[in-house]
Design a binder for this molecule. Structure first.
Ligand SMILES: NC(=O)c1ccc[n+]([C@@H]2O[C@H](COP(=O)([O-])OP(=O)(O)OC[C@H]3O[C@@H](n4cnc5c(N)ncnc54)[C@H](O)[C@@H]3O)[C@@H](O)[C@H]2O)c1
Length: 107
């Protein structure tokens, strides 16, 4: 494998992966969400503060990628609420089949 081939493969590592982020409305979570979205992942931005999650999603979407808005969603989720976690996981698995990556930013 050439260096270019290896580099191309590495750049595809998040393509179509389902990434679930907690605390996704905050500084670190929204930065992770943006990076994953721009790398082609399907992204769940969850936060106890729904409007913060909504804003993170709105800030990521631009005129250039608006047509890919079905690859990102915001959810209200309190990480200390086990029942809500179960419901959120079910909602995502029902929609996208699985979760590949958990970025548990707000523990
Ligand atoms: N920023 C840093 O340099 C740094 C360094 C070390 C550790 N941390 C820790 O990393 C975490 C994230 O940092 P940040 O800078 O993105 O913080 P931030 O304050 O910007 O974002 C935190 C997000 O978590 C959400 N949140 C709060 N309680 C929650 C809950 N129960 N369930 C779900 N979401 C909840 C908030 O609404 C907010 O959107 C924090 O726990 C912080 O203490 C940050």
């Amino acid at each position: 494998m050439t260096t270019t081939e290896a580099s191309n493969k590495w750049s595809q590592v998040l393509l179509d992966k389902v990434v679930f982020i907690t605390g996704g409305g905050g500084g670190i979570g929204s930065a992770i969400a943006r990076t994953c979205f721009l790398q082609g992942a399907r992204v769940v931005v969850s936060d106890v503060n729904k409007s913060a999650a909504d804003k993170a999603v709105a800030d990521i979407l631009t005129d250039q990628n608006e047509e890919q808005s079905d690859r990102i969603l915001s959810l209200e989720l309190d990480t200390v609420d086990e029942q809500a976690i179960e419901q959120a996981v079910k909602q995502v698995v029902d929609k996208w089949g699985t979760i590949h990556v958990l970025a548990n930013v707000y523990v």
